[in-house]
Design a protein around this ligand. Structure first.
Ligand code: ZN
Length: 127
């Protein structure tokens, strides 16, 4: 999967609205690790149930130790994480685009997304 640094302008597909990248991880780049709240994972899973941009083929996690593990993780709780994106619109007028795989990155690889994204995801799931 293509790597983008967190909070850089999203340019993966042509959209009218402006989005910021979050969670486009790659094994070649270090990322922030930490303990996310359970609420964050739950709300992202909720968003992952209706992904957009699912037409770009299947991606497997490149952070997993083996391809077998990555293949196993691509299905999670009835979700398919290997394709598609999550879009979040925050109340501050900032929009975020993350791969659906971000659920797996957070759960298994301790990825901690930027705080403003976490806040937007939590607030988005309430509304
Ligand atoms: Zn993985």
């Amino acid at each position: 999967m293509t790597y983008y640094e967190d909070l850089t302008p999203y340019s993966y597909s042509e959209t009218e609205e402006k989005y910021l990248n979050v969670g486009w991880l790659s094994p070649e780049h270090a990322y922030v690790q930490g303990d996310p709240s359970d609420n964050l994972i739950e709300s992202l899973k909720g968003l992952a149930r209706s992904p957009c941009n699912v037409f770009r083929g299947i991606h497997f996690c490149e952070l997993c130790p083996s391809f077998d593990a990555a293949q196993e993780y691509v299905h999670r709780d009835g979700l398919f994480l290997g394709s598609g994106e999550i879009r979040i619109h925050s109340s501050r007028g900032v929009n975020y685009a993350a791969p659906v795989m971000i659920v797996h990155y957070i759960e298994v690889h301790q990825y901690l997304p930027p705080e403003e994204f976490v806040r937007a995801a939590l607030e988005y799931s309430i509304t």
